[in-house]
Design a binder for this molecule. Structure first.
Ligand SMILES: Nc1nc2c(ncn2[C@@H]2O[C@@H]3COP(=O)(O)O[C@H]3[C@H]2O)c(=O)[nH]1
Ligand SMILES: [Zn+2]
Length: 337
């Protein structure tokens, strides 16, 4: 399949958060990524030759590892959610093409060469990455460095026709976005964004940079905002990777992350806290800025939260669920009134 052969129907479907990645082979996914660059007019605007884009995507594909969660399919899902958000929020009319190129390319590259062991493990096990980056976001620094390694080669450098100043801006932007995906910075990024949402100004570089950081973070943790038949297999993959890490931590006598321990974690216990305390607060802020997102999203993750609460036979089910629904509705109403 070449990008020219992708039907109009698929192109429209690709712009929606209900897109089902499990229906597509990796070779097809590679073509769909090309379609995203083309349909946002990035190939024309930045003179990205088709062969160079294909080479870049192939190198990216090669540098994702065959691990349960942080693999090429995850890279695609994050990029597809970013792409969907760009269309849903009509960002093309609010941000310049350079920003869109940064957002899409950051999503594509954001987990390059992930080994399946998180930063806590890297630091505790004193891995090569932790040593190289002095325990400061070792993984995210590595993903970013691998991205620019790919871009250093002329035949896979999709930015090769940009001016020096444009390249500098792209590099700064991609580094900012990828480093923002370190979850230890979650509250810092969320709180900064919260404080600017009421006065958000699309002509402010600082505001737009924060929005881009939030968009990649939202896309990175958005599996639960997808239909259950898409989300649930992703949770199996994530838990498989988590359990594998905690098994190794046990073997090596390292501290064990409790949310990764197969003896303690179940699907509902993992997802209830994650949806309530991580995903929901972030999504609420984004929906405050873009109220159009709320009806599309809230139904999915609130429905999943309800399912997990029921599965867990959670005694506080009603109280928790109603408070989550209320917080979502209240915040969007507060913004629109
Ligand atoms: N429990 C849970 N954690 C998630 C989910 N999606 C993403 N995450 C976590 O959020 C993190 C985002 O950054 P990482 O990719 O490093 O690792 C991811 C997981 O640890 C999910 O659906 N459930
Ligand atoms: Zn990721």
């Amino acid at each position: 399949m070449s990008s020219l052969e992708v039907s109009e129907e698929v192109r429209q479907y690709l712009k929606t958060p209900t897109f089902d990645n499990w229906q597509w082979e990796d070779a097809e996914i590679m073509v769909l990524l090309q379609v995203m660059y083309t349909d946002l007019d990035l190939t024309v605007t930045f003179n990205i030759e088709p062969e160079v884009l294909q080479r870049f995507l192939f190198e990216v594909y090669r540098r994702y590892n065959n691990i349960p969660f942080h693999n090429f399919k995850h890279c695609f899902c994050v990029t597809q959610m970013m792409y969907g958000l760009i269309w849903l929020t009509d960002l093309r009319s609010k941000m310049d093409s350079m920003d869109l190129l940064i957002m899409l390319s950051s999503a594509v590259c954001h987990d390059l060469d992930h080994t399946g062991y998180n930063n806590a493990y890297q630091i505790n096990a004193r891995t090569e990455l932790a040593l190289r980056y002095n325990d400061i976001s070792p993984l995210e620094n590595h993903h970013c460095a691998v991205a620019f390694e790919i871009l250093e080669r002329r035949d896979s450098n999709i930015f090769r026709n940009l001016s020096t100043d444009q390249y500098k801006r792209i590099r700064e932007g991609i580094i900012t976005c990828i480093l923002a995906t370190d979850m230890t910075r979650h509250n810092e990024v969320l709180n900064k964004f919260k404080s600017i949402v009421p006065v958000f100004d699309f002509s402010s570089r600082e505001h737009k940079d924060l929005l881009m950081m939030v968009l990649i973070k939202v896309s990175d943790i958005s599996n639960e905002a997808r239909p259950m038949e898409v989300a649930e297999p992703w949770l199996d993959c994530l838990l498989q990777e988590f359990f594998n890490q905690s098994d190794v931590e046990k073997l090596e006598g390292l501290p064990i992350s409790p949310f990764m321990d197969r003896d303690k974690v179940t699907k509902p216990s993992s997802q209830i806290g994650f949806i309530r305390f991580v995903l929901l607060p972030l999504f609420i802020e984004l929906a405050n800025l873009f109220p159009c997102l709320e009806p599309l999203w809230s139904s999915q993750h609130l429905e999943h939260l309800e399912t997990y609460l029921l599965k867990r036979k959670c005694a506080a089910f009603e109280r928790i669920f109603i408070s989550c629904v209320d917080s979502f509705c209240f915040s969007s109403e507060a913004f629109s009134s």
